[in-house]
Design a protein around this ligand. Structure first.
Ligand SMILES: NC(=O)c1ccc[n+]([C@@H]2O[C@H](COP(=O)([O-])OP(=O)(O)OC[C@H]3O[C@@H](n4cnc5c(N)ncnc54)[C@H](O)[C@@H]3O)[C@@H](O)[C@H]2O)c1
Length: 439
């Protein structure tokens, strides 16, 4: 039964290209609403009843905790942390923990819903969760970082664990942070399995492949997009919008696959050279804020870069700004690869689709992390670790299966790849909720 009262996909305010800082401000923090709109639209396409949207539009649990930490100066500072569990209908939640000065409860809720959908896209037995600590990682010493990581686990220990929620790395969290979190949970709760956290050190039950995972996903995306638009990857020119952790990894893997990196951008500006940029050199010259474009007199603006001639755009920026249909109008690339949560609006995705651009949605490209967590869980459960090659092959297989399902749904339902991804994600969640008798 189609529900006409469900919200239609959000019509984003058309933001004139007035200077990116003000545009960012205007468009900020829309991701939860945007997620709900994508969800409502996917539910409508499947014809689900309104009660389904009511159940899934918000997380089942949102917890706020306060974490007091003694800083190196001897002063106690109290940090705020969030833990959001969207749904455990399909299994225990899996979610990253973000350490960021501007992260809000709504950001974490959006991320948790998004992770639920990712688990559905991958068809893995997990639900969506997400966590965050409001802090500026650049202001924390190594010891303070450890204290905060352990404090977060102590504050949440009753709500998380292998049967409730796994903790996985997100933005800043690295393997060391995961190891501290695992150790704290073993101290507070005896017999905690190494499977409690995902992404920790190899010597502590971690899996190979954590760092390479996102790059592997994006390379598959680039190769499959290139095949679709009949473009030899070896002759392709790629622009990396957001030359950070993911962006540099992608630049290196695309370079290795034969593509030329013709443009990059960071928080400051952008660089473009049709003859190709020296990725290694740019990486070496980045400052402690990750910026490099500020060193060049010939740098251009981030918006100008979007309009430059290229075959592939990888959008791996960490901008809060969601691109509208109007923003994507100047894009010339044949392939647009979104990395991370909803970088473009439903209308922008539809516009690119209409123009024949192959759009690979972030819901799929960023699913390599959860897919790897799933593979790690299997290794932990069987007490046997696979080789790096085995992990890579299984990861590729899982991602390719998910990509094929997405393409099939896009064709059979005549929808964009974004819509197809959301439709698959939501369907798995609805089926599990229905079997449990929740709806
Ligand atoms: N790190 C991971 O493991 C991982 C995994 C999957 C998805 N993601 C997603 O990928 C995206 C990038 O993550 P990351 O870890 O590389 O982040 P990062 O902070 O290391 O890099 C982000 C880059 O974006 C740039 N940037 C910031 N504001 C910008 C703007 N307005 N315009 C253009 N560039 C801007 C920054 O200068 C930086 O170069 C995020 O959306 C993240 O959620 C990350």
């Amino acid at each position: 039964m189609v529900d006409s009262s469900l919200p239609t996909p959000m019509s984003h305010t058309e933001v004139t290209l007035m200077g990116e800082e003000s545009a960012d401000k205007e468009n900020n923090h829309h991701r939860l609403t945007m997620m709900q709109a994508f969800m409502a639209s996917a539910l409508k396409k499947w014809g689900y009843a309104p009660q389904v949207y009511e159940l899934l539009k918000e997380p089942l649990r949102t917890l706020t905790v306060r974490i007091p930490i003694k800083l190196d100066s001897g002063v106690t500072k109290t940090f705020t942390g969030f833990c959001v569990q969207h749904s455990d209908a399909t299994g225990p939640g899996i979610g990253g923990v973000k350490f960021h000065p501007e992260v809000t409860e709504k950001d974490v809720q959006a991320q948790a819903i998004w992770t639920s959908l990712q688990a559905g896209v991958l068809d893995i037995p997990y639900g969506g969760a997400s966590g965050a600590i409001v802090c500026n990682p650049k202001e924390l010493s190594f010891r303070e970082f450890e204290a905060l990581s352990r404090g977060y686990i102590r504050a949440l220990i009753s709500f998380i664990g292998p049967k409730k929620e796994f903790i996985a790395p997100e933005a800043v969290p690295n393997t060391q942070i995961m190891a501290w979190m695992l150790d704290e949970s073993s101290k507070v709760k005896t017999n905690e399995s190494p499977g409690f956290v995902r992404g920790e050190l190899l010597g502590l039950g971690g899996s190979f492949g954590r760092e390479a995972a996102v790059g592997i996903g994006i390379t598959i995306a680039a190769k499959s997009g290139a095949k679709r638009v009949k473009l030899p990857l070896e002759k392709a020119g790629a622009i990396i919008h957001g030359f950070g952790n993911v962006g540099t990894y992608v630049a290196k893997t695309l370079n290795a696959a034969g593509a030329k990196i013709v443009g990059i951008s960071d928080g400051h500006g952008a660089l473009y050279d049709p003859d190709g940029l020296d990725v290694e050199d740019l990486m070496d010259r980045r400052d402690s804020f990750g910026m490099v474009t500020n060193l060049f007199k010939k740098s251009i603006s981030k918006n100008e870069l979007l309009a430059e001639d290229c075959d592939i755009i990888v959008d791996s920026s960490r901008s809060p700004y969601v691109r509208t249909a109007r923003d994507v109008e100047p894009i010339q690339a044949d392939i647009y690869i979104e990395v991370g949560m909803e970088k473009i609006s439903a209308e922008a995705s539809a516009r690119l689709h209409q123009r024949g651009t192959c759009v690979i949605p972030g819901l799929w490209t960023s699913a390599a992390g959860p897919a790897l967590s799933y593979l790690k869980g299997i290794q932990n459960n069987q007490g046997y670790a696979w080789t790096e090659e085995e992990v890579k092959n299984k990861l590729e297989e899982k991602l390719k299966e998910a990509l094929t399902s997405m393409v099939d749904i896009a064709h059979s339902h005549r929808v964009t790849m974004h819509e197809a991804a959301h439709m698959i994600g939501i369907q798995k969640l609805v089926n599990a909720s229905r079997l449990r008798g929740w709806i």
